[in-house]
Design a binder for this molecule. Structure first.
Ligand SMILES: [Zn+2]
Length: 476
């Protein structure tokens, strides 16, 4: 069961070609030389490390499941990968690109190729070139093998450190064994200023090779600064070289932009699309919530486009017989099993057990639980208002079908209606039963209580749902 907070737009705009951008004077001799640092690890070690870290990162952060957004970022990323100078290409590396549904203006790349771009980064950028700039910078850390170079430096006197063991060195946090329990360090991949400067310089070169104005990399740092540094985002992960902006622009003089066909049309369509989603949490909020995303899995490194398996699918605990009372929406008191969590959405609150919720296509999806909320309706007639509400539900869940007609019921001593519906869960594809109970507040707003459980689990939950419903009190 999900809520129709977002309408899918069918507009998918084809590439618009031929928008001229400034061509730089050709002066390759002026480019700064970049050399690889000493590194005792093999490129295949980078790949192994990145794969482990990626699997952990994907358990901690929700990925966007919007295929258009993902395809856009993946294709932008692969265009940059193709523009890495040959001397910094590693045939073992597998670059892939995913979008984290987080608000911070941030992006990070892991050794051997996985890269994660926050939704907030795309939303903050003014042009595709700015997004490409941050991605090119991150890509450069990977191509220059900065993670394992840093570990080499830190472990000069150690021999044969296990791959998992050196992750801690790279991330400046606990080793991967502990990472599995502790939150994945937010400040991972802190590099020295020297490494940052190298990533800026190579990033500028990649930008130019890929047909972007390298100055957009510098512009993005300005954009991030102008937005207050992105709240613990990219700039705080990046000890900024002081003259970064000037340095990139200086380097740009010597770079020639290879093509002249980048347009912002797709970028603007993607930004528009993202703006249709509910506001994302910050990475820190996500970590504080403690929610894990065990089913995301990083499909690495088979080189195929990653599929975005559906969540939730975890084990769901039997509802506790002890209840906890909550105040919701300013007008409701209700009791739910004390092993359910409370999660607020835009105009409603969910109560659900661990394993009974997750996300699909960027939306929250619930397999088990109770959703209580308020809807504005045009009708003072309860049945008409409930009809209107069910119509909006159906827009969000095309498979929703009535199993019964309306039945009169009592909600906190008021007239109420209840109806039972069947649905196919958006994330799991499993049949589920959705029961909707409505009543009206004194101001005419419609209060709804939706309970949902998989069809084959419904009997287990029915008594719990009844208890929750009976506990409802209204103080409007
Ligand atoms: Zn960096």
């Amino acid at each position: 069961m999900n809520r129709p907070v977002y309408q899918r737009s069918n507009k998918w705009l084809a590439w618009l070609m031929a928008m001229a951008i400034l061509i730089m004077p050709l002066a390759a001799f002026g480019q700064t030389q970049i050399v690889l640092h000493a590194n005792k690890y093999k490129p295949s070690d980078d790949v192994k490390l990145g794969r482990q870290a990626a699997a952990e990162a994907e358990k901690q952060f929700p990925l966007m499941r919007d295929e258009e957004v993902n395809a856009y970022v993946e294709s932008l990323g692969q265009r940059l990968v193709a523009a890495i100078p040959p001397e910094f290409q590693h045939p073992e590396f597998r670059y892939y690109f995913k979008v984290i549904n987080a608000r911070d203006i941030n992006a990070f790349a892991l050794p051997g190729g996985p890269m994660y771009v926050n939704r907030g980064m795309i939303e903050a950028a003014h042009t595709e070139g700015e997004v490409a700039g941050v991605m090119a910078h991150e890509l450069s850390h990977v191509a220059l093998r900065h993670g394992t170079a840093q570990a080499t430096k830190a472990q000069k006197y150690q021999t044969g450190a296990a791959v998992a063991g050196i992750l801690g060195t790279i991330f400046g946090g606990p080793g991967l064994g502990q990472v599995a329990q502790a939150p994945f360090a937010l400040t991972f991949l802190r590099y020295s200023r020297e490494y940052e400067t190298e990533a800026d310089l190579l990033g500028a070169r990649i930008m130019a090779n890929a047909g972007y104005n390298p100055r957009d990399l510098a512009n993005m740092f300005r954009t991030i600064e102008a937005q207050g540094g992105g709240g613990g985002g990219f700039l705080s992960d990046h000890p900024s070289p002081k003259d970064r902006y000037a340095r990139i622009n200086q380097e740009a003089q010597y770079l020639r932009v290879s093509t002249t066909e980048r347009s912002d049309r797709d970028f603007l369509a993607i930004k528009e699309r993202l703006s249709g989603y509910p506001r994302a949490q910050t990475m820190a909020e996500i970590q504080r919530s403690g929610q894990r995303y065990p089913n995301q899995g990083s499909n690495y490194p088979n080189g195929d486009r990653t599929d975005y398996p559906s969540a939730p699918r975890g084990r769901v605990d039997y509802p506790s017989s002890r209840f906890r009372t909550y105040n919701a929406l300013g007008v409701v008191r209700l009791s739910v099993p004390d092993n359910w969590r409370e999660m607020s959405e835009q105009d409603s609150v969910w109560y659900a057990p661990t394993g009974g919720y997750g996300s699909a296509n960027g939306q929250s999806v619930f397999t088990h639980g109770v959703n209580i909320g308020l809807a504005q309706t045009n009708s003072r007639n309860l049945q008409q208002a409930t009809n209107d509400f069910l119509n909006t539900l159906q827009q969000g869940s095309g498979n929703l079908r009535s199993r019964s007609g309306y039945q009169r019921t009592d909600v906190a001593g008021r007239n109420g209606l209840s109806i039972s519906l069947s649905n196919t869960n958006e994330a799991t594809g499993q049949p589920e039963i959705v029961s909707v109970v409505t009543t009206q507040l004194r101001n005419g707003e419609l209060l709804y209580i939706i309970s949902v459980a998989p069809e084959n689990d419904y009997n287990t939950y029915q008594a719990t749902f009844q208890t929750v419903l009976r506990s409802v009190q209204l103080n409007d």
